[in-house]
Design a protein around this ligand. Structure first.
Ligand code: URA
Length: 445
């Protein structure tokens, strides 16, 4: 007789290998509602502690993928390359790299999410643009991609429904930060989209889900191996999330920073991550191009205005007002703004991005509970970054919020998040490693 749920949980608890049919039994039974939350929660915890081998992980990913629909993209001409970030604070790279790569002839389809924990959400940021529709039917998804070169929308209920249910359970049972569970969750969704290749931005540091570099590398290698096994080129970078990315944190504020980046005024760290991912995307599309040649293409696409024009057309195609790319007064703004002054003179040696992300939620920029509304105008603009010399009383950042009663807690978190020291501090390296089918190498550029 086949094993039931009790035996499958005990097997994994004892560190034994599960067969494909046992994994399918759990996933299919859970999606159908035949297996209760408490048994799946115990199974997830057993995986969290014992892990999965490569075969089990490939089976889990494939079975999750088969739990729902896929979006076929064969009818859209050209190479289609998806980019995925594991999430961070101030991560607005999608809005810059997608039009940039599209302006260079590669189409960029992306299924994105809302803010999760302390991290911001791509869909929340896009919704700062008046009229923007982030939920498209597959046919509309293909039309926007074919017509503009890029598309970003939310995952519908029938794309990997197993992940929707399991993710919510992991969130409530302290089983999120497990490499096989994250890898199967992300890659099942990536594979549901019929792209020709996948580029991964795996974050590491205080604002990442994987704080330790070695864990981020293992996660990236695991996901690259899953992608490559399906025959699609898959490569990734390990990038620094030890301080917020760029100067803006919050929905409208990050959209403005993205528009500015496409006008040639992006902060250096944002552009470094953008160009690194853009180069990986051209490579995944089969272009044998050097990093320097890719950078030249990207700077030209920005200087000529072509990349910003792609973004304007994508916004219009999804119902948004493209005038927001130039007239920032069309974006929601907070009525209250105040400076946060440096408590000491010295050098900024630390900006803990987890704490900054939590403080941003307190300003109204993110959600504490799933049903909370987001204040699109809220967040921070940083005036100093790690490595900068500052004077006591000098503004380190500007707080934007319509919640005056929350500001004492925001200030307290920021004070704990930002470290000022006497010694000089080097600017942090933004890209740490390149991961592809051949393995991991230190970032060569
Ligand atoms: N993002 C996902 O989609 N899944 C995870 O498990 C973690 C981050």
């Amino acid at each position: 007789m086949a094993n039931g749920m009790y035996e499958i949980i005990s097997k994994k608890r004892d560190g034994l290998e599960l067969g494909r049919e046992e994994i399918a039994f759990v996933i299919d039974g859970y999606v159908k509602g035949d297996i209760p939350d408490y048994q799946v929660a115990a199974w997830l915890m057993a995986i969290y502690i014992r892990g999965l081998n490569d075969r089990e992980l490939a089976d889990l990913t494939g079975i999750m993928l088969d739990s729902g629909d896929r979006i076929a993209l064969d009818a859209v001409p050209g190479k289609k390359i998806d980019k995925h970030s594991t999430g961070g604070v101030g991560d607005k790279i999608s809005f810059i790299v997608a039009p940039l790569v599209a302006a260079c002839g590669v189409r960029v389809p992306m299924l994105s999410g809302r803010g999760l924990g302390h991290t911001g959400g791509t869909l929340d940021k896009l919704e700062a643009i008046p009229g923007m529709n982030v939920f498209l039917q597959p046919e509309q998804f293909r039309r926007v991609l074919a017509g503009t070169g890029m598309v970003i929308c939310g995952q519908t209920d029938n794309i990997v429904p197993a992940d929707k249910k399991i993710y919510a359970l992991r969130d409530a049972t302290a089983t999120v930060s497990s490499i096989p569970l994250i890898a199967s969750s992300i890659m099942s969704k990536k594979l549901a989209l019929g792209s020709d290749g996948i580029v991964l931005d795996v974050k590491t540091g205080s604002g990442a889900f994987m704080r330790e570099e070695a864990d981020s590398i293992r996660l990236c290698r695991t996901m690259v191996a899953i992608g490559e096994k399906t025959g699609r080129p898959c490569l990734g970078i390990i990038s620094n999330m030890d301080q917020p990315l760029g100067r803006a944190v919050g929905n409208s504020l990050e959209m403005i920073e993205s528009f500015e980046a496409l006008k040639g005024r992006g902060p250096a760290d944002v552009m470094e991550v953008t160009y690194a991912l853009g180069w990986c995307m051209l490579r995944a599309a089969g272009e044998d191009i050097s990093y320097t040649a890719a950078e030249t293409k990207f700077t030209e696409a920005i200087a000529s205005g072509r990349a910003l024009e792609v973004l304007r057309r994508f916004i219009a195609a999804q119902g948004g007002d493209p005038r927001a790319c130039d007239d920032y007064s069309l974006l929601p703004a907070s009525r209250h703004q105040e400076e946060f002054a440096s408590p000491a003179s010295g050098h900024v040696e630390r900006i803990d991005s987890f704490e900054v992300g939590m403080a941003a939620i307190d300003t109204g920029a993110g959600r504490r509970r799933k049903e909370d509304a987001v204040a699109h105008g809220a967040g921070f603009i940083f005036h100093a970054n790690v490595g900068d010399a500052v004077k006591k009383g000098q503004p380190l950042l500007t707080i934007h919020s319509d919640r005056p009663d929350a500001l004492p807690a925001v200030r307290e978190r920021l004070l704990a998040a930002i470290g000022i020291g006497a010694r000089t501090v080097a600017k942090p390296k933004m890209i740490l490693h390149l991961v592809d089918r051949n393995g991991v190498i230190p970032w060569p550029h």
